[in-house]
Ligand binder design. Structure first.
Ligand code: GLN
Length: 500
Protein backbone atom coordinates (compact mmCIF):
# COMPACT_ATOMS: atom_id res chain seq x y z
CA UNK A 1 0.00 0.00 0.00
CA UNK A 2 1.59 3.33 -1.04
CA UNK A 3 1.75 6.00 1.65
CA UNK A 4 -0.53 9.05 1.40
CA UNK A 5 2.17 11.29 -0.08
CA UNK A 6 2.61 8.86 -2.98
CA UNK A 7 -1.01 8.91 -4.10
CA UNK A 8 -2.52 10.94 -6.93
CA UNK A 9 -4.91 13.83 -6.32
CA UNK A 10 -7.89 11.81 -7.53
CA UNK A 11 -7.00 8.89 -5.21
CA UNK A 12 -6.59 11.28 -2.28
CA UNK A 13 -9.83 13.03 -3.16
CA UNK A 14 -11.67 9.69 -3.03
CA UNK A 15 -10.08 8.71 0.30
CA UNK A 16 -10.99 12.08 1.78
CA UNK A 17 -14.54 11.83 0.45
CA UNK A 18 -14.95 8.41 2.04
CA UNK A 19 -13.56 9.70 5.33
CA UNK A 20 -10.68 7.23 5.17
CA UNK A 21 -8.13 9.91 5.88
CA UNK A 22 -8.05 13.59 6.80
CA UNK A 23 -6.41 16.45 4.98
CA UNK A 24 -4.18 16.93 8.02
CA UNK A 25 -2.90 13.37 7.60
CA UNK A 26 -2.22 13.95 3.91
CA UNK A 27 -0.34 17.19 4.57
CA UNK A 28 1.59 15.62 7.44
CA UNK A 29 2.61 12.72 5.19
CA UNK A 30 3.90 15.22 2.60
CA UNK A 31 5.75 17.23 5.25
CA UNK A 32 7.36 14.04 6.63
CA UNK A 33 8.49 13.16 3.13
CA UNK A 34 9.91 16.65 2.69
CA UNK A 35 11.87 16.15 5.93
CA UNK A 36 13.20 12.86 4.64
CA UNK A 37 14.30 13.84 1.12
CA UNK A 38 14.33 17.59 0.66
CA UNK A 39 17.94 18.06 1.76
CA UNK A 40 18.90 15.98 -1.28
CA UNK A 41 16.30 17.15 -3.81
CA UNK A 42 15.98 20.85 -2.92
CA UNK A 43 12.75 21.46 -4.80
CA UNK A 44 11.37 24.12 -2.45
CA UNK A 45 12.45 27.71 -2.10
CA UNK A 46 10.05 28.06 0.81
CA UNK A 47 7.86 25.65 2.70
CA UNK A 48 4.83 27.05 4.54
CA UNK A 49 4.53 24.33 7.21
CA UNK A 50 2.22 26.10 9.61
CA UNK A 51 0.13 27.63 6.87
CA UNK A 52 -0.29 24.24 5.23
CA UNK A 53 -1.43 22.58 8.48
CA UNK A 54 -3.79 25.46 9.17
CA UNK A 55 -5.32 25.20 5.69
CA UNK A 56 -5.60 21.40 6.11
CA UNK A 57 -7.46 21.77 9.40
CA UNK A 58 -9.76 24.34 7.80
CA UNK A 59 -10.41 21.93 4.92
CA UNK A 60 -11.22 19.10 7.34
CA UNK A 61 -13.62 21.41 9.20
CA UNK A 62 -15.25 22.49 5.94
CA UNK A 63 -15.74 18.84 4.98
CA UNK A 64 -17.37 18.08 8.33
CA UNK A 65 -19.65 21.08 7.76
CA UNK A 66 -20.77 19.56 4.44
CA UNK A 67 -18.98 22.06 2.18
CA UNK A 68 -17.10 19.53 0.05
CA UNK A 69 -19.46 19.09 -2.88
CA UNK A 70 -18.50 22.11 -4.99
CA UNK A 71 -14.85 22.17 -3.90
CA UNK A 72 -13.06 19.55 -6.01
CA UNK A 73 -9.63 20.09 -4.41
CA UNK A 74 -10.76 20.33 -0.79
CA UNK A 75 -7.85 19.44 1.45
CA UNK A 76 -5.42 18.48 -1.34
CA UNK A 77 -1.88 19.88 -1.08
CA UNK A 78 -0.30 21.67 -4.04
CA UNK A 79 3.07 23.32 -4.54
CA UNK A 80 3.36 26.50 -6.60
CA UNK A 81 6.22 27.60 -8.83
CA UNK A 82 7.68 30.74 -7.28
CA UNK A 83 6.41 32.83 -10.22
CA UNK A 84 2.70 32.82 -9.31
CA UNK A 85 1.48 35.52 -6.95
CA UNK A 86 0.18 34.04 -3.69
CA UNK A 87 -0.92 36.73 -1.28
CA UNK A 88 1.37 37.10 1.73
CA UNK A 89 3.97 34.67 0.38
CA UNK A 90 7.36 35.31 -1.21
CA UNK A 91 7.50 35.72 -4.99
CA UNK A 92 11.16 35.52 -5.94
CA UNK A 93 10.88 34.16 -9.50
CA UNK A 94 14.17 32.46 -8.62
CA UNK A 95 15.85 35.89 -8.73
CA UNK A 96 17.81 37.99 -6.28
CA UNK A 97 16.07 41.08 -7.53
CA UNK A 98 12.86 39.86 -5.84
CA UNK A 99 14.53 38.23 -2.83
CA UNK A 100 12.37 40.07 -0.31
CA UNK A 101 9.24 40.60 -2.36
CA UNK A 102 5.93 39.48 -0.83
CA UNK A 103 2.87 39.13 -3.10
CA UNK A 104 0.22 41.71 -2.28
CA UNK A 105 -2.50 39.70 -4.05
CA UNK A 106 -3.42 36.27 -5.44
CA UNK A 107 -3.02 35.31 -9.10
CA UNK A 108 -6.37 34.34 -10.63
CA UNK A 109 -5.14 30.75 -10.78
CA UNK A 110 -4.26 30.83 -7.09
CA UNK A 111 -7.63 32.35 -6.24
CA UNK A 112 -9.38 29.53 -8.14
CA UNK A 113 -7.27 26.83 -6.51
CA UNK A 114 -8.04 28.27 -3.07
CA UNK A 115 -11.75 28.46 -3.82
CA UNK A 116 -11.61 24.81 -4.90
CA UNK A 117 -10.14 24.01 -1.48
CA UNK A 118 -6.47 23.33 -2.28
CA UNK A 119 -3.89 23.52 0.51
CA UNK A 120 -1.06 25.70 -0.81
CA UNK A 121 2.01 24.48 0.90
CA UNK A 122 5.15 25.80 -0.64
CA UNK A 123 7.03 27.80 -3.23
CA UNK A 124 8.98 25.77 -5.74
CA UNK A 125 12.39 26.45 -7.24
CA UNK A 126 12.81 27.57 -10.85
CA UNK A 127 15.25 29.05 -13.31
CA UNK A 128 15.41 32.80 -12.79
CA UNK A 129 12.31 34.39 -14.36
CA UNK A 130 11.60 31.00 -15.99
CA UNK A 131 14.59 31.35 -18.33
CA UNK A 132 16.32 28.02 -18.57
CA UNK A 133 15.94 24.28 -18.97
CA UNK A 134 17.71 22.93 -15.87
CA UNK A 135 16.84 25.01 -12.74
CA UNK A 136 20.55 25.85 -12.59
CA UNK A 137 19.69 29.47 -13.39
CA UNK A 138 17.95 29.80 -10.02
CA UNK A 139 19.75 32.50 -8.02
CA UNK A 140 19.42 30.28 -4.93
CA UNK A 141 20.46 26.69 -5.70
CA UNK A 142 19.88 24.08 -8.37
CA UNK A 143 17.20 21.44 -7.79
CA UNK A 144 18.24 17.81 -8.27
CA UNK A 145 16.55 15.08 -10.22
CA UNK A 146 15.07 12.53 -7.78
CA UNK A 147 15.99 9.71 -10.21
CA UNK A 148 19.66 10.65 -10.15
CA UNK A 149 20.80 13.40 -7.82
CA UNK A 150 23.74 14.32 -10.06
CA UNK A 151 21.33 15.27 -12.82
CA UNK A 152 19.03 18.17 -13.52
CA UNK A 153 15.27 17.83 -13.04
CA UNK A 154 14.90 20.04 -16.12
CA UNK A 155 13.47 23.54 -16.08
CA UNK A 156 12.35 26.07 -15.71
CA UNK A 157 9.68 24.41 -13.50
CA UNK A 158 12.28 21.97 -12.14
CA UNK A 159 11.14 22.36 -8.54
CA UNK A 160 7.55 21.53 -9.57
CA UNK A 161 8.54 18.30 -11.30
CA UNK A 162 11.13 17.20 -8.71
CA UNK A 163 8.73 17.72 -5.79
CA UNK A 164 6.04 15.58 -7.45
CA UNK A 165 8.51 12.88 -8.56
CA UNK A 166 10.03 12.75 -5.07
CA UNK A 167 6.50 12.35 -3.60
CA UNK A 168 6.86 15.53 -1.56
CA UNK A 169 3.51 16.73 -2.87
CA UNK A 170 0.96 15.09 -5.16
CA UNK A 171 0.91 17.88 -7.74
CA UNK A 172 2.19 21.35 -8.46
CA UNK A 173 1.49 24.31 -10.71
CA UNK A 174 4.16 25.61 -13.06
CA UNK A 175 4.42 27.80 -16.13
CA UNK A 176 5.41 26.93 -19.68
CA UNK A 177 6.73 29.50 -22.15
CA UNK A 178 8.69 27.11 -24.35
CA UNK A 179 8.46 23.79 -22.54
CA UNK A 180 9.00 24.61 -18.87
CA UNK A 181 6.22 22.33 -17.65
CA UNK A 182 6.61 19.51 -20.19
CA UNK A 183 10.41 19.22 -20.27
CA UNK A 184 10.92 18.86 -16.48
CA UNK A 185 7.92 16.51 -16.35
CA UNK A 186 9.68 14.33 -18.95
CA UNK A 187 13.00 14.40 -17.08
CA UNK A 188 11.34 13.49 -13.78
CA UNK A 189 8.85 10.85 -14.98
CA UNK A 190 5.65 12.78 -14.23
CA UNK A 191 2.85 14.37 -16.26
CA UNK A 192 3.06 18.01 -17.44
CA UNK A 193 0.32 19.88 -19.31
CA UNK A 194 0.61 23.15 -21.22
CA UNK A 195 -2.87 24.46 -21.97
CA UNK A 196 -3.74 26.46 -25.09
CA UNK A 197 -2.59 30.07 -24.95
CA UNK A 198 -5.40 32.03 -23.29
CA UNK A 199 -7.05 28.99 -21.69
CA UNK A 200 -5.72 29.73 -18.20
CA UNK A 201 -5.46 33.29 -16.89
CA UNK A 202 -2.00 34.84 -16.73
CA UNK A 203 -3.11 37.47 -14.20
CA UNK A 204 -0.61 37.20 -11.34
CA UNK A 205 1.85 35.08 -13.30
CA UNK A 206 5.04 37.15 -13.46
CA UNK A 207 5.54 37.73 -17.19
CA UNK A 208 8.50 36.29 -19.06
CA UNK A 209 7.33 36.30 -22.71
CA UNK A 210 3.72 37.37 -22.61
CA UNK A 211 2.68 36.00 -26.01
CA UNK A 212 3.96 32.53 -25.05
CA UNK A 213 3.43 32.13 -21.28
CA UNK A 214 0.82 29.69 -19.93
CA UNK A 215 0.20 28.22 -16.49
CA UNK A 216 0.07 24.42 -16.38
CA UNK A 217 -0.13 21.54 -13.88
CA UNK A 218 2.54 18.94 -13.05
CA UNK A 219 0.94 15.75 -11.77
CA UNK A 220 1.33 12.02 -11.29
CA UNK A 221 -1.54 11.12 -13.61
CA UNK A 222 -3.50 12.39 -16.59
CA UNK A 223 -6.73 12.48 -14.59
CA UNK A 224 -5.03 14.78 -12.07
CA UNK A 225 -4.00 17.10 -14.92
CA UNK A 226 -7.63 17.14 -16.10
CA UNK A 227 -8.83 17.86 -12.58
CA UNK A 228 -6.47 20.82 -12.12
CA UNK A 229 -7.07 22.21 -15.60
CA UNK A 230 -10.82 22.11 -14.92
CA UNK A 231 -10.33 24.24 -11.82
CA UNK A 232 -7.89 26.73 -13.41
CA UNK A 233 -9.32 27.18 -16.93
CA UNK A 234 -11.90 29.75 -17.93
CA UNK A 235 -12.31 33.36 -18.82
CA UNK A 236 -10.78 36.07 -16.64
CA UNK A 237 -11.58 39.71 -17.31
CA UNK A 238 -8.25 40.68 -15.68
CA UNK A 239 -6.27 39.01 -18.50
CA UNK A 240 -6.99 40.58 -21.89
CA UNK A 241 -5.68 37.48 -23.68
CA UNK A 242 -7.94 35.12 -21.75
CA UNK A 243 -10.28 33.17 -24.05
CA UNK A 244 -14.01 33.62 -23.60
CA UNK A 245 -14.86 29.95 -24.21
CA UNK A 246 -16.20 28.21 -21.10
CA UNK A 247 -14.04 25.32 -19.84
CA UNK A 248 -15.55 21.93 -20.69
CA UNK A 249 -15.73 19.08 -18.18
CA UNK A 250 -12.32 17.57 -19.00
CA UNK A 251 -12.66 14.69 -16.56
CA UNK A 252 -15.97 13.53 -18.08
CA UNK A 253 -14.41 12.82 -21.49
CA UNK A 254 -11.27 11.12 -20.21
CA UNK A 255 -12.24 7.51 -20.81
CA UNK A 256 -13.39 7.76 -24.42
CA UNK A 257 -10.27 5.99 -25.72
CA UNK A 258 -8.35 6.58 -28.95
CA UNK A 259 -10.22 4.31 -31.38
CA UNK A 260 -10.43 6.18 -34.68
CA UNK A 261 -8.35 9.15 -33.48
CA UNK A 262 -5.81 10.22 -36.11
CA UNK A 263 -2.33 10.77 -34.69
CA UNK A 264 0.35 12.46 -36.79
CA UNK A 265 4.08 11.77 -36.53
CA UNK A 266 6.05 14.72 -37.93
CA UNK A 267 8.76 13.56 -40.30
CA UNK A 268 10.96 16.51 -39.30
CA UNK A 269 11.14 15.49 -35.64
CA UNK A 270 13.65 12.70 -36.30
CA UNK A 271 16.45 15.14 -35.53
CA UNK A 272 20.11 14.22 -35.33
CA UNK A 273 20.45 14.75 -31.59
CA UNK A 274 17.66 12.34 -30.67
CA UNK A 275 18.99 9.71 -28.23
CA UNK A 276 18.27 6.19 -29.50
CA UNK A 277 16.68 5.17 -26.20
CA UNK A 278 14.28 8.11 -26.38
CA UNK A 279 13.45 7.37 -30.01
CA UNK A 280 12.87 3.70 -29.17
CA UNK A 281 10.56 4.43 -26.21
CA UNK A 282 8.53 6.87 -28.30
CA UNK A 283 8.19 4.33 -31.12
CA UNK A 284 6.97 1.77 -28.61
CA UNK A 285 4.41 4.30 -27.37
CA UNK A 286 3.18 4.83 -30.94
CA UNK A 287 2.61 1.08 -31.15
CA UNK A 288 0.64 1.09 -27.90
CA UNK A 289 -1.64 3.83 -29.25
CA UNK A 290 -2.01 2.04 -32.60
CA UNK A 291 -2.91 -1.19 -30.80
CA UNK A 292 -5.57 0.74 -28.90
CA UNK A 293 -7.14 1.73 -32.21
CA UNK A 294 -5.52 5.07 -33.11
CA UNK A 295 -4.74 5.67 -36.79
CA UNK A 296 -1.11 6.72 -37.01
CA UNK A 297 0.19 8.55 -40.06
CA UNK A 298 3.21 10.60 -41.05
CA UNK A 299 2.77 14.35 -41.41
CA UNK A 300 5.07 17.20 -42.35
CA UNK A 301 5.80 20.40 -40.43
CA UNK A 302 8.41 21.95 -42.70
CA UNK A 303 9.07 25.15 -40.72
CA UNK A 304 9.44 23.47 -37.37
CA UNK A 305 13.23 23.33 -37.72
CA UNK A 306 13.25 27.10 -37.26
CA UNK A 307 11.48 26.97 -33.88
CA UNK A 308 14.60 27.28 -31.76
CA UNK A 309 15.87 30.27 -33.76
CA UNK A 310 12.49 32.05 -33.77
CA UNK A 311 11.79 31.38 -30.10
CA UNK A 312 15.18 32.60 -28.94
CA UNK A 313 14.52 35.94 -30.65
CA UNK A 314 10.87 36.42 -29.72
CA UNK A 315 11.11 35.29 -26.09
CA UNK A 316 14.13 37.48 -25.21
CA UNK A 317 12.52 40.43 -27.05
CA UNK A 318 9.41 40.17 -24.90
CA UNK A 319 11.49 39.48 -21.79
CA UNK A 320 13.58 42.61 -22.32
CA UNK A 321 10.39 44.68 -22.24
CA UNK A 322 8.76 42.76 -19.37
CA UNK A 323 11.82 42.90 -17.13
CA UNK A 324 12.20 46.66 -17.55
CA UNK A 325 9.83 47.01 -14.59
CA UNK A 326 12.48 45.70 -12.18
CA UNK A 327 14.20 49.05 -11.88
CA UNK A 328 14.88 49.24 -8.15
CA UNK A 329 12.10 51.78 -7.68
CA UNK A 330 8.81 50.00 -7.94
CA UNK A 331 9.64 46.42 -7.00
CA UNK A 332 12.06 44.47 -4.91
CA UNK A 333 15.75 45.07 -4.47
CA UNK A 334 17.28 48.54 -4.60
CA UNK A 335 20.97 49.40 -4.76
CA UNK A 336 21.08 53.15 -4.23
CA UNK A 337 23.12 55.56 -6.30
CA UNK A 338 23.66 59.30 -6.67
CA UNK A 339 21.37 59.49 -9.69
CA UNK A 340 18.63 57.30 -11.22
CA UNK A 341 20.82 55.80 -13.95
CA UNK A 342 23.38 54.60 -11.42
CA UNK A 343 20.57 53.27 -9.23
CA UNK A 344 19.13 51.27 -12.16
CA UNK A 345 22.54 49.99 -13.21
CA UNK A 346 23.53 48.91 -9.71
CA UNK A 347 20.17 47.33 -8.94
CA UNK A 348 19.86 45.43 -12.19
CA UNK A 349 23.58 44.67 -12.36
CA UNK A 350 23.54 42.92 -8.99
CA UNK A 351 19.92 41.71 -9.04
CA UNK A 352 19.82 39.74 -12.29
CA UNK A 353 21.83 36.61 -13.08
CA UNK A 354 23.88 35.89 -16.19
CA UNK A 355 21.23 34.20 -18.32
CA UNK A 356 18.64 36.89 -17.61
CA UNK A 357 21.15 39.60 -18.55
CA UNK A 358 22.08 37.70 -21.69
CA UNK A 359 18.44 37.64 -22.76
CA UNK A 360 17.78 41.27 -21.89
CA UNK A 361 20.76 42.30 -24.01
CA UNK A 362 19.75 39.99 -26.86
CA UNK A 363 16.11 41.09 -26.70
CA UNK A 364 16.99 44.78 -26.63
CA UNK A 365 19.28 44.26 -29.61
CA UNK A 366 16.72 42.47 -31.80
CA UNK A 367 14.15 45.18 -31.05
CA UNK A 368 16.47 48.10 -31.72
CA UNK A 369 15.90 50.22 -34.80
CA UNK A 370 18.05 48.94 -37.62
CA UNK A 371 17.87 45.34 -36.38
CA UNK A 372 14.15 45.04 -35.74
CA UNK A 373 13.30 44.07 -39.34
CA UNK A 374 16.21 41.69 -39.70
CA UNK A 375 15.57 39.77 -36.48
CA UNK A 376 12.34 40.43 -34.60
CA UNK A 377 10.06 40.94 -37.58
CA UNK A 378 11.57 37.97 -39.39
CA UNK A 379 11.14 35.76 -36.35
CA UNK A 380 7.47 36.81 -36.19
CA UNK A 381 7.05 35.80 -39.83
CA UNK A 382 8.64 32.44 -39.14
CA UNK A 383 6.31 32.07 -36.16
CA UNK A 384 3.32 32.61 -38.46
CA UNK A 385 4.64 29.91 -40.81
CA UNK A 386 5.15 27.46 -37.95
CA UNK A 387 1.60 28.09 -36.79
CA UNK A 388 0.26 27.62 -40.31
CA UNK A 389 2.05 24.27 -40.62
CA UNK A 390 0.34 23.07 -37.47
CA UNK A 391 -3.10 24.34 -38.34
CA UNK A 392 -2.84 22.61 -41.73
CA UNK A 393 -1.67 19.39 -40.08
CA UNK A 394 -4.63 19.53 -37.72
CA UNK A 395 -6.95 19.41 -40.73
CA UNK A 396 -5.64 15.87 -41.31
CA UNK A 397 -4.96 14.61 -37.79
CA UNK A 398 -6.47 15.04 -34.34
CA UNK A 399 -3.20 15.01 -32.42
CA UNK A 400 0.54 15.11 -33.08
CA UNK A 401 3.04 12.87 -31.29
CA UNK A 402 6.73 13.58 -30.66
CA UNK A 403 9.35 12.95 -27.96
CA UNK A 404 9.23 15.68 -25.29
CA UNK A 405 13.02 16.00 -25.16
CA UNK A 406 15.86 14.77 -27.36
CA UNK A 407 17.68 13.09 -24.43
CA UNK A 408 17.04 12.01 -20.86
CA UNK A 409 18.07 14.31 -17.99
CA UNK A 410 21.60 15.62 -18.38
CA UNK A 411 24.16 16.15 -15.64
CA UNK A 412 24.15 19.28 -13.51
CA UNK A 413 26.88 21.54 -14.84
CA UNK A 414 27.01 19.82 -18.22
CA UNK A 415 25.38 22.56 -20.30
CA UNK A 416 25.15 25.55 -18.03
CA UNK A 417 28.10 27.31 -19.70
CA UNK A 418 26.92 26.49 -23.21
CA UNK A 419 23.66 28.34 -23.85
CA UNK A 420 23.19 26.91 -27.34
CA UNK A 421 23.35 23.30 -26.08
CA UNK A 422 20.87 24.26 -23.35
CA UNK A 423 18.51 25.91 -25.88
CA UNK A 424 18.59 22.78 -28.06
CA UNK A 425 16.96 20.84 -25.21
CA UNK A 426 13.75 22.72 -26.14
CA UNK A 427 13.70 21.60 -29.78
CA UNK A 428 10.46 19.58 -29.41
CA UNK A 429 8.57 21.80 -26.99
CA UNK A 430 8.94 25.35 -28.37
CA UNK A 431 6.69 25.09 -31.42
CA UNK A 432 3.66 24.35 -29.24
CA UNK A 433 3.99 27.77 -27.59
CA UNK A 434 4.89 29.59 -30.81
CA UNK A 435 1.78 28.16 -32.48
CA UNK A 436 -0.55 28.61 -29.47
CA UNK A 437 -1.35 24.88 -29.18
CA UNK A 438 -1.92 22.66 -26.17
CA UNK A 439 0.52 19.90 -25.25
CA UNK A 440 1.19 17.25 -22.65
CA UNK A 441 4.19 15.17 -21.63
CA UNK A 442 3.66 11.66 -20.26
CA UNK A 443 6.08 9.07 -18.90
CA UNK A 444 6.69 6.48 -21.65
CA UNK A 445 9.69 4.46 -20.49
CA UNK A 446 13.18 4.54 -19.04
CA UNK A 447 16.72 4.55 -20.34
CA UNK A 448 18.90 1.57 -19.43
CA UNK A 449 21.86 2.78 -17.44
CA UNK A 450 21.43 5.07 -15.65
CA UNK A 451 17.72 4.40 -15.39
CA UNK A 452 16.10 7.75 -16.24
CA UNK A 453 12.53 8.62 -17.29
CA UNK A 454 11.58 9.32 -20.92
CA UNK A 455 8.72 11.60 -21.93
CA UNK A 456 6.20 11.31 -24.74
CA UNK A 457 4.67 14.55 -26.02
CA UNK A 458 1.20 14.84 -27.50
CA UNK A 459 0.17 18.13 -29.12
CA UNK A 460 -3.39 19.23 -29.79
CA UNK A 461 -4.94 22.10 -31.74
CA UNK A 462 -5.97 25.33 -29.97
CA UNK A 463 -8.59 24.40 -27.34
CA UNK A 464 -8.04 20.71 -28.09
CA UNK A 465 -7.45 19.80 -24.41
CA UNK A 466 -10.37 17.39 -24.22
CA UNK A 467 -9.04 15.13 -26.99
CA UNK A 468 -5.46 15.62 -25.82
CA UNK A 469 -6.30 14.42 -22.31
CA UNK A 470 -8.47 11.62 -23.64
CA UNK A 471 -5.60 10.18 -25.73
CA UNK A 472 -3.13 10.69 -22.88
CA UNK A 473 -5.46 8.85 -20.52
CA UNK A 474 -5.83 5.96 -22.99
CA UNK A 475 -2.05 5.62 -23.18
CA UNK A 476 -1.65 5.87 -19.44
CA UNK A 477 -4.34 3.29 -18.75
CA UNK A 478 -2.51 0.82 -20.99
CA UNK A 479 0.92 1.38 -19.41
CA UNK A 480 2.44 1.55 -15.93
CA UNK A 481 5.39 3.94 -16.38
CA UNK A 482 3.68 6.68 -14.40
CA UNK A 483 3.39 4.43 -11.33
CA UNK A 484 7.15 4.09 -10.82
CA UNK A 485 8.80 6.08 -8.07
CA UNK A 486 12.49 6.93 -7.77
CA UNK A 487 14.40 4.98 -5.14
CA UNK A 488 15.55 7.97 -3.11
CA UNK A 489 17.38 7.19 0.10
CA UNK A 490 15.52 8.80 2.98
CA UNK A 491 17.01 10.51 5.96
CA UNK A 492 14.33 10.38 8.66
CA UNK A 493 14.84 13.16 11.13
CA UNK A 494 18.30 13.87 9.80
CA UNK A 495 17.67 16.45 7.12
CA UNK A 496 18.08 20.17 7.02
CA UNK A 497 14.91 22.20 6.83
CA UNK A 498 14.09 23.72 3.44
CA UNK A 499 15.50 27.19 3.24
CA UNK A 500 13.16 30.04 2.93
N1 GLN B 1 13.84 26.63 -21.77
C1 GLN B 1 13.08 27.67 -22.40
C2 GLN B 1 13.71 29.00 -22.07
O1 GLN B 1 14.71 29.00 -21.46
C3 GLN B 1 11.65 27.61 -21.97
C4 GLN B 1 11.44 28.14 -20.61
C5 GLN B 1 9.99 28.22 -20.24
O2 GLN B 1 9.15 27.54 -20.81
N2 GLN B 1 9.71 29.08 -19.28
O3 GLN B 1 13.23 30.02 -22.39
Amino acid sequence: MPSLNELSLTDLRDLLARGECSSREVVEACLDRVDAVEAQVRAFLHLDREGALRQADAADAARRAGEASDRPLLGLPLGLKDVLAEQGQQLTCGSRILADFISPYDATVVERLRQAGAVLFGRLNMDEFAMGSSTENSAYFPTRNPWDLDRTPGGSSGGCAAAVAAAECPASIGSDTGGSVRQPAAFCGVVGLKPTYGRVSRYGLVAYASSLDQVGPVTRSVSDAALLLGVMAGHDSRDATSLPDPAPDYAAALDRGVRGLRIGLPREYRVGGLAPEVGGAVEAAVKVLADLGAEVREISLPHTEHSVAAYYIIAPAEASANLARFDGIRYGRREDGPDPVTLYARTRGSGFGREVKRRIVLGTYVLSSGYYDAYYLRAQKVRALIRRDFLRAFEEVDLILTPTTPTTAFRLGEKVDDPLQMYLMDVFTLACNLAGLCGISLPCGFSGSPRLPIGLQLLGPPLGETVLLQAAQAYQSATAWHRELPGLATAPGGSEPASG
